[in-house]
Ligand binder design. Sequence first.
Ligand SMILES: [Zn+2]
Length: 272
Amino acid sequence: MNLFNPANSIEKDTKESKYFVINSHEILSFKNENFLRPLSSDELNWSGLEIKRKHFLGYLNEASCFAVATEGECVLDQAIFTDLRSMLGRIPDDLFSVISRAIQIQHWFEAHKFCGYCGNELVEDSKERAMICNHCDAPPAYPKISPCVITLIHRKNEILLAHNVNFPENFYSTLAGFIEPGESVEAALEREVLEEVGIKVKNIKYFGSQSWPFPSQLMLGYYAEYSSGEITPDLEEIDKADWFKIDNLPNTPPANISISGKLIENYVKENA
Ligand SMILES: [Zn+2]
């Protein structure tokens, strides 16, 4: 079992260091391997890739980990750059947070080259992970995450699941939405549920959270009990929603991939 401890202060490369190689928004994997893994320093040296930038991420067990932004073709046998989303299910649980961090740190760095206040070039702060402007009083630009609330609504042995307009047929999930500036998580949850399916909920209970790097969400998972109202999908995001008996569910996200699946699996287990 790998244990990941995030850290920001720069560490040197060593023989044991591990490298998560990113090319634009894609991550390097191997076609002949079932699971995504970092490259060793030897593999990186022989990859033929041009290294644009390394970001220290923290420690996986004792080993320093880096996100490595590269250009060009990788000549390692069976290596391929793939969109991270299509790798879901092939990312080991214990590597998910470091890979999520690698992608988000690299994305943040690419997106903060210039000051949003005065337009001049930003430089890296020497003390902490931030981009700073030496031309004006702009606050440091830290890596940003976007909190989202994700909710499983229940009514005894039934749960409310919704079909997003972009989902495949007969695939349903929990409700989710971004938390607006100034809003509490609980207020966002009640607003999203009312907007998307037209019902009111009560007894909101926290379940757990998950980093979701598409591009930078932090999913905050909650249970909420049905209170009142008739299901009325908003027809913009949600085209269908219904109560499902927990012993007769449609296709839902797998629990090993997303917190949505974990919310459902855990509710079913506890109420079966
Ligand atoms: Zn500035």
